[in-house]
Ligand binder design. Structure first.
Ligand code: CTP
Length: 432
């Protein structure tokens, strides 16, 4: 196929006339503004792979900030710019966004530093990119408009299903790419080439990932865990010895791996029942990766990764409650309804999924079933915080205890109606 002439029809066929029209208007604005612009990166890669991706990334040879504001005017949109980096985002009235950046070269003062940026040609811009498959571009205006630019054999690697870096310093420039290589390899069922694998092994040996900030590391890990079927990505990270950069104590022994393998099955099961909320699958896998760490390493790890305080707190509680639950399951004694309710209601949905992956015995499943089908709904309360205030209780942490105790009373069958709830609160919390 002659890509020189065919990218336009490919765009129309694969992404639709609407998107093609947007690109044609971008092309006209660029010519009016006397700059040359290119669609680059994942958008072009996915176009050739026939994977729907409407996230257009534009690179401009010339003043990118000015061009972005011309583009916003053309589409009656808004523009937000980062003068320092020469990047903008154009936001259409319907919320659709296009990223615009000036063509640039980046200098790294030291490995893993944030780059120093200088305006350049599209060719140098493409050369600084991570993998050949991400270095493809479509020229959008001027001579050869809508032709494919393939300076580094990206098309060949797409065809051969191979991940290749552009040069041997790629992982030194940006160690995040170690994770990205695995992400693209697994997402597309490609293979990291022998040579790129060697560069990766050297980068791991030199511990280049240590120089990444916790935020960048967490971002890459989260992106990976948000992919479909994260287990194969985790196994590949293990193969490349990358998990040690999360914590040097992560082993993932056979029991951990067994639990990781079961997560998918539990997730399928949860789709058949009605859950109070949709689980964040990536969190289940994150918990699974760090669950077996000893207390000290676990705390160290979640301190190192700069997550929101809410997330940290829930990881700590989830791990603690899971351990408690597994211990209780280890004893032969049947669980009373309130034990089931208390334990499972302390767990996030995600941790409950992990719990069932670690212990997939009939008993654990049966308790989870009882919890979801009987207690979750039953434990919904009629009384609200306002009702408690009206009844004479002072707002504060005590409300949590009241609600918890009320739910437990429901589950035990001690109360049923709103009137029961009122009497019960009066008796337990108001009468001396
Ligand atoms: N890029 C890079 N090195 C990085 C991150 C990004 O070279 N460490 C380049 C790649 O050319 C990539 C582009 O910037 O295609 C955009 O990055 P990003 O949005 O993270 O990736 P996509 O390729 O769009 O992938 P995804 O489908 O995951 O969004």
């Amino acid at each position: 196929m002659d890509e020189q002439t065919n990218v336009k029809s490919l765009l129309k066929e694969r992404l639709g006339q609407d998107l093609l029209s947007i690109l044609e208007r971008i092309s006209q604005v660029a010519s009016r503004s006397e700059v040359t612009v290119f669609a680059v990166g994942g958008f072009v890669r996915d176009l050739l792979l026939n994977i729907p991706n409407k996230d257009i990334d534009i690179v401009v040879e010339g003043n990118g900030i000015l061009f972005a504001s011309d583009l916003a005017e053309e589409f009656d949109g808004k523009v937000k710019s980062h003068e320092k980096f020469g990047t903008s985002v154009v936001i259409f009235p319907d919320g659709y966004r296009i990223d615009v950046a000036m063509a640039r070269v980046e200098y790294y003062e030291y490995p893993a530093a944030l780059p120093t940026i200088k305006q350049s040609s599209v060719n140098s811009d493409l050369y600084r990119r991570d993998f050949t498959i991400n270095s493809l571009a479509v020229k959008l205006n001027g001579e050869g408009a809508f032709s494919l630019m393939d300076l580094f054999n990206g098309k060949r690697d797409l065809k051969n299903k191979e991940i290749n870096v552009l040069h041997n310093l790629s992982f030194i420039d940006d160690p995040c790419r170690l994770f990205r290589a695995i992400k693209f390899e697994q997402r597309f069922s490609f293979k990291i080439s022998k040579q790129t694998e060697e560069f990766m092994r050297v980068a791991v040996k030199k511990r280049l990932v240590d120089s990444l900030s916790g935020a960048r590391l967490l971002n890459e890990i989260t992106l990976i865990l948000k992919e479909k079927y994260p287990l194969k990505y985790i196994l590949r990270m293990k193969e490349f010895d990358l998990l040690k950069f999360i914590s040097s104590q992560i082993i993932l022994d056979s029991a951990d791996l067994e639990a990781l393998e079961k997560i998918e099955t539990v997730l399928s099961w949860t789709e058949t029942i009605s859950l109070p909320e949709k689980p964040e699958v990536w969190y289940v896998y994150l918990l699974a990766i760090i669950y077996s760490l000893d207390e000290e390493s676990f705390m160290e790890t979640i301190e190192k990764l700069p997550m929101q305080a809410r997330l940290k707190k829930s990881l700590i509680i989830d791990r603690r409650t899971c351990k408690k639950g597994l211990e209780l399951l280890g004893k032969d004694k049947d669980w009373e309804p309130e034990v089931i309710y208390h334990l499972f209601s302390d767990l996030s949905i995600e941790a409950l999924i992990y719990f069932l992956a670690v212990d997939s015995t009939d008993r654990a499943n049966q308790y989870a079933n009882i919890y979801f089908t009987q207690y979750c709904g039953q434990a919904e309360l009629s009384l609200t915080g306002d009702d408690l205030v009206e009844m004479g209780l002072k707002p504060g942490p005590v409300f949590q205890s009241v609600f918890k105790a009320l739910r437990e009373a429901h589950v035990k069958g001690a109360i049923e109606t709103r009137d029961d709830e009122v009497c019960w609160v009066k008796k337990e919390f108001l009468e001396q």
